[in-house]
Design a protein around this ligand. Structure first.
Ligand code: NOJ
Ligand code: CA
Length: 683
C-alpha cells in the first residue's frame, strides 16, 4: 500500500504539536463511562493531554487498554490532538425486531448509549462525537465528525490495545488473495496485518474477544496492523489517489465493534453486528427467498467441465435440463449455471471488458431453459462473474438484471475474481484506476449493485466480496456472500482446507454473517486418492455444514450422480431447511469443534450440526433446547467410531431414536468428523 509522503507527515507533526500545546489547559478531563445493561462491560473514554482515548473492561478487568482515537487528513488539522471532552449524553434502548430471514427471527437490541463530544479547544464548533453502544455481549462505537469542508482521510487512528500474550485466530490482510487464506492460530505478538472479524482469547484463560466493524457504507473497510506489542491499528484500504476515504464535511464512520464473551460460543450468540445496522430500507422483501440450490459448478472446479466453450462446456442445454430435473425431483428451488454467458474463453481471471451479461453461448438457450425450469416449479440462479472489471459490470448490470427478471430469475451470484488491489474501474476518458476489494469505491459499488438488483426484485450472493458488516439488515437482498476459503479450495487448493477450517470459520468469518461456502461434497477425493487436493472431512461433517455454516441459500455442491449413489446420506440435505426461528451455538472453540442447534422457521423441527477439527472427541449433547414435554424422533447421521477424514471418511452410522428435552445424546466426533441430526417433532 502506498505510504503517505514524508513531507506531509512532518507537516502534521508540527501542526499536531501546535494544537497540542493549546490543549494542555484541558488535560485530564474527567473520564466518561458507560456500562452494559448487565453492568459487566464498561467503556471509558477521556482526553489525555488533548488526545482522545478509550478503554474497555469486563468485570473491572481490562480487556482493551488505553487506546487512541482520531483521524489524519491529507489537508487540515488532524483530529487526534488538541481535543477536549466537552460534554456527554447518555441513553438506553431495549426493543426486539424481526428479520425477514435469518439465523433467528427475533433479534433483541438491548444497549446503553453514551455520546462523548470531543471539540478543539480553540474551535468548539469543530471536532467529533463518539457514539458508544454497550451491549451485554460487547461494544460498538463510531465517529460522527463535524467539519467545514470535505475531508480526505489518510489514516483513521483507532487502535485496539490488547495483551500481546493473547491467542489470536486470523487471516493475513493486504495480500493478493483477498480474504481467502487458511486461518492462523498464533500468539497475538505474531500477528502482522489481519482482517476482521479478528478473534482473540486473553491470556490465562481470559475472555474471548472479536474485533470487527458494522454498517460499512461509503467508507473503506479496515484491517488491523500490529504496532508494538499488542497494539492493533486500524488501517483503511487506500484508493488509487492514496486517499483512504473521501468524506463529506460532516461524516459518520462505520461502527467499530468489540465482542466480548466468557465462552467462545458467546461471540457467536451475539447480535451486535446486526443491531448496529439500520433497519430494512427496501420495504416488502417477500421476494427475497431462502432456499437450496444445485448447479453446473463443481465440474468446472474439478476440471471435468469448462466455463468456456468447447467439447466439455458445462452450461449446455442438455446438462442444464438434467440439472433442472434433478433439482425438481429432490426439492431444490435453484439451479446455478456458470459459464452460460459470452466471455469465458481463454484465461478469464483478472481480465478486463471480457464478459457480456446478456448474451449466452449458442449451446445455452436461456429463454427455453428458464421456461422449462418454470414448468418444473424451479428456477435458474443467475451468474455474473465480473473478473474484477467494475466499470464493465456497472455499464451492463441494469440490462443483466432486467433480462433475469423477465425470465423469472430472482437470485444472482456475482464474482470479483481479481487479485486484491487489482479491481479496475475506468475514468470517463478511459484511464484505468485500480481498487482494493475492501476500499471505498468497491464498498459503494456493492451498494449500487444491491440497489439496482432490488429494483428488479433480485437477491445478490457475492463472491470475492468485501467482508460482511451486517448490511443485510438494511438491504435484505444481500442474501449471502463468500469472503473466505470455501469448498472450491478442496477441488484445487494446495493445500486444501484443513480439518480445522470450518470449526475456525465459525468463530471468525462467520461472526460477520452468512457464507456461501457451498457444502455437501460426497465424493471426497474427486481427483483420486493421491491428489493433493481433496476434502479433509468425513462424509458426516459434509452434512453437518448445512447447520454449522449459516446461509439462507445453501448449495448442494456435488454432482447429482454422487448424491444418487448415497441416497441415505442425501436425505439429510433434502430435509434440512435454510431459514431459522432460532439458532444456538452450544459448544466449541476455534479450530477445535463447533456444535449448533437451530429450529426451523415456520416449523417445530430442530437440527443439530457438529463439525470437528483434527482431534477425536466425545460429545454429550444435552437436548434442553427442545420443547419441554414434546417427543421427537431424532434422525442421527454420525461418524462411525472407526471413521477418519484421511483414511476412512465415508464410515457413517444412520440411526433413529425417540427423545425428549430431558435426554442427552452421546456420540464421538472423529478427526475431521461431524454429526448431523434432525429432530422431527411428533406431538
Ligand atoms: C470464484 C467463485 O468463488 C466460484 O464459486 C466461481 O465458480 C468462480 N469464481 C467463477 O466465477
Ligand atoms: Ca472464490
Amino acid at each position: 500500500m502506498p505510504r503517505r509522503p514524508l513531507i506531509l507527515s512532518i507537516a502534521f507533526m508540527l501542526l499536531a504539536a501546535a494544537v497540542g500545546t493549546t490543549s494542555n489547559a484541558h488535560a485530564q478531563d474527567a473520564p466518561a463511562r458507560i456500562t452494559s445493561p448487565d453492568g459487566r462491560i464498561a467503556f471509558t473514554v477521556w482526553s489525555e493531554q488533548g488526545a482522545p482515548r478509550y478503554a474497555v473492561a469486563l468485570d473491572n478487568e481490562t480487556v482493551v487498554r488505553a487506546s487512541r482515537l482520531g483521524f489524519r487528513f491529507a489537508e487540515g488539522a488532524p483530529l487526534e490532538t488538541g481535543l477536549a471532552l466537552t460534554g456527554t449524553q447518555t441513553g438506553s434502548h431495549d426493543d426486539t425486531w424481526e428479520q425477514p430471514w435469518g439465523e433467528r427471527r427475533l433479534v433483541r437490541d438491548h444497549h446503553n448509549e453514551l455520546v462523548a463530544s470531543f471539540r478543539y479547544a480553540g474551535n468548539p464548533e469543530r471536532g467529533f462525537d463518539l457514539r458508544i453502544r454497550v451491549f451485554d455481549s460487547g461494544v460498538g462505537f463510531r465517529y460522527e465528525v463535524m467539519g467545514d469542508a470535505p475531508h480526505a482521510i489518510i489514516d483513521e487512528m483507532t487502535r485496539f490495545n490488547l495483551p500481546e500474550q493473547s491467542t489470536a485466530w486470523w487471516v493475513p490482510a493486504a495480500g493478493w488473495n483477498r480474504y481467502e487464506y487458511i486461518y492462523e492460530e498464533t500468539s497475538l505478538s505474531e500477528v502482522d496485518r489481519a482482517h476482521s472479524p479478528f478473534t482473540a482469547r486473553l491470556p490465562d484463560d481470559g475472555p474471548w474477544v472479536a474485533i470487527h466493524e458494522a454498517a460499512l457504507h461509503d467508507y473503506s473497510g479496515f484491517y488491523l496492523d500490529q504496532q508494538r506489542g499488542g497494539i492493533l491499528d486500524v488501517k483503511l484500504a487506500p484508493g488509487p489517489d492514496g486517499i483512504a476515504v473521501h468524506a463529506d464535511a460532516n461524516f459518520t464512520t462505520p461502527w467499530r465493534t468489540i465482542q466480548i464473551a466468557d465462552a467462545a460460543v458467546g461471540l457467536i450468540n451475539s447480535d451486535i453486528i446486526l443491531n448496529l445496522n439500520e433497519p430494512n430500507v427496501l420495504g416488502d422483501v417477500s421476494w427475497v427467498e431462502p432456499g437450496k440450490y444445485v448447479g453446473i459448478w463443481w465440474g468446472m472446479h474439478i476440471n471435468t467441465q469448462t466455463w468456456g466453450s468447447g467439447p466439455n462446456h458445462g452450461a449446455t442445454n442438455e446438462n442444464t435440463r438434467e440439472m433442472i430435473e434433478f433439482a425438481a425431483e429432490n426439492g431444490f428451488d435453484g439451479i446455478l449455471v456458470e459459464g452460460w454467458n459470452l466471455g469465458w474463453d481463454g484465461d478469464w481471471f483478472n481480465r478486463q471488458e471480457t464478459f457480456s451479461f446478456t448474451e449466452a453461448y449458442p449451446d445455452f438457450d436461456i429463454e427455453a431453459l428458464s421456461a422449462y425450469a418454470r414448468e418444473r416449479g424451479v428456477r435458474l440462479v443467475g451468474h455474473h462473474e465480473t473478473s474484477g472489471d467494475l466499470t464493465n459490470y456497472e455499464n451492463q448490470m441494469e440490462a443483466g438484471f432486467a433480462l433475469y427478471e423477465r425470465l423469472g430469475i430472482s437470485q444472482v451470484k456475482t464474482g470479483y475474481v481479481a487479485d486484491a488491489g487489482d479491481l479496475v474501474r475506468y475514468e470517463a476518458d478511459g484511464t484505468p484506476r485500480y481498487e482494493w476489494h475492501y476500499g471505498q469505491y468497491a464498498v459503494n459499488h456493492h451498494l449500487r449493485v444491491l440497489q439496482a438488483a432490488a429494483e428488479h426484485r433480485i437477491s445478490i450472493n457475492a463472491h470475492e466480496p468485501v467482508k460482511d458488516t451486517g448490511i443485510r439488515r438494511t438491504y435484505p437482498n444481500w442474501i449471502s456472500r463468500e469472503g473466505a476459503r470455501g469448498q472450491e479450495y478442496n477441488a484445487w487448493g494446495v493445500p486444501p482446507n484443513p480439518p480445522e477450517h470450518v470449526p475456525t470459520l465459525a468463530f471468525t468469518r462467520l461472526l460477520s454473517g452468512p457464507m456461501d461456502f457451498t457444502p455437501g461434497i460426497f465424493d471426497l477425493m474427486p481427483r483420486g486418492e493421491d491428489a493433493p487436493s481433496r476434502v479433509q472431512t468425513t462424509l458426516a461433517q459434509q452434512l453437518a455444514h448445512y447447520v454449522t455454516i449459516y446461509s439462507p441459500i445453501q448449495m448442494a455442491a456435488d454432482l447429482p450422480d454422487n448424491y444418487l449413489a448415497r441416497p441415505d446420506a442425501f436425505q439429510f440435505i433434502r430435509d434440512v431447511p435454510t431459514d431459522w426461528e432460532t439458532s444456538i451455538a452450544l459448544e466449541g472453540e476455534p479450530g477445535q469443534h463447533i456444535v449448533f442447534a437451530r429450529q426451523e422457521r415456520g416449523g417445530a423441527d430442530w437440527y443439530v450440526g457438529a463439525a470437528n477439527g483434527g482431534a477425536a472427541r466425545h460429545v454429550g449433547l444435552g437436548l434442553d433446547f427442545l420443547e419441554d414435554g414434546r417427543t421427537y424422533t431424532a434422525q442421527l447421521y454420525l461418524d462411525h467410531p472407526d471413521a477418519h477424514w484421511e483414511h476412512n471418511p465415508y464410515a457413517m452410522m444412520i440411526r433413529e431414536m425417540q427423545v425428549t428435552s430431558t435426554d442427552e445424546i452421546e456420540f464421538t466426533l472423529v478427526p475431521g468428523g461431524g454429526a448431523a441430526i434432525r429432530f422431527v417433532a411428533e406431538n
